[in-house]
Design a binder for this molecule. Structure first.
Ligand code: LHQ
Length: 257
């Protein structure tokens, strides 16, 4: 079990905490392995219905540990081994992933946060595409996500200039879901994750998948995606429960199946 990535499952929610505060949670190979294991577990355990990615200390994550990166003989191999499967695991997980971001999120740390399905930032948060400062390009899906989230012009400014995007900017530009006062951030995120963990998991998973497919589909193909997903969701317990609860004017008790 890793001490630099702490994983706990409670009431349907998996909390994944980056825990290397003295290095601003800069990502080591051990941490990246542990993150991949955590997301694989989230995928395989039905008990897990939502994931919270958060961090200890004064920053969310300073990106790749530059001490280790310098020692890597081939950065491409490092990216392929550690970052590519992690981003794909997060995006392919048919369950919602929430990022709770406070303080700096830099480099791969910024892009890992932005790869989550819902990002809530404390007012102290900033997202820094720090790559150009050290002679690299935005990885961890930065070049794919940023233009989709904030548009080409802002993506280019963020990437080329490495100017921090504040929490308020990230919110105003549509890169994140919401901003909270730092002292309210933890409670806000816990409530959000609890609500997601009690939601109809299959429907949320299908929504996430369909939204991702939508980036590449034309309208007709996407309408087919929706039809097929709706057909499958129509056979779930949670659909029956949702309609019964609505009719009986009571809150639904979704089981996630
Ligand atoms: C760090 C780090 C760090 C090690 C702070 N590593 N120690 C790249 C290469 C290869 C393959 C795959 O992908 C990537 C992806 C990437 O993520 S590249 C981008 C890597 N990240 C950065 O370039 C950011 C580097 N850090 C910073 O620019 C600053 O530390 C930020 C802006 C995050 C925070 O600044 P401050 O609040 O002023 O804190 P600090 O700089 O004093 O940092 C505190 C300590 O943490 C310090 O150690 P020290 O012993 O002096 O207290 C830093 O050396 C250490 N630290 N980031 N990435």
């Amino acid at each position: 079990m890793s001490e630099t990535v702490i994983v706990a499952v409670e009431n349907g929610a998996m909390r994944v905490t980056l825990n290397r505060p003295e290095r601003l949670n800069a990502l080591t190979a051990e941490m990246l392995d542990a993150l991949r294991v955590a997301f694989a577990r989230a995928a395989s355990e039905a008990e897990v219905r939502a994931v919270l990615l958060c961090a200890r200390g004064r920053a969310f994550c300073a990106g790749q540990d530059l001490g280790e990166a310098q020692a890597a003989y081939d950065l491409g191999a490092h990216v392929e081994r550690h970052y590519t499967p992690l981003v794909l695991a997060m995006r392919d997980l048919p369950k919602p992933v929430v990022a709770r971001v406070h303080g700096v999120a830099a480099g791969a740390g910024a892009n890992l946060a932005l790869a989550c399905d819902i990002v809530v930032a404390g007012r102290s948060a900033s997202f820094v595409e720090a790559f150009s400062r050290i002679g690299l390009l935005p990885d961890t899906a930065g070049t794919w996500m940023l233009p989709r989230l904030v548009g080409h012009a802002r993506a280019m400014g963020l990437a080329l200039l490495a100017t921090p995007m504040t929490a308020e900017q990230a919110y105003a530009w549509g890169a994140i879901w919401s901003v909270a006062d730092d002292d309210a951030l933890e409670t806000r995120c816990d409530e959000l994750v609890a609500a997601l963990a009690a939601a109809p998991t299959k429907a949320l998973g299908a929504t996430k998948r369909a939204m991702a497919q939508g980036w590449n589909n034309d309208l007709a193909a996407q309408l087919d995606v929706e039809r097929d997903a709706q057909r499958a969701l129509g056979t779930t317990h949670d659909f029956v429960e949702g309609v019964e609860a609505f009719t009986a004017k009571r809150p639904p008790a979704f089981r996630g199946d």
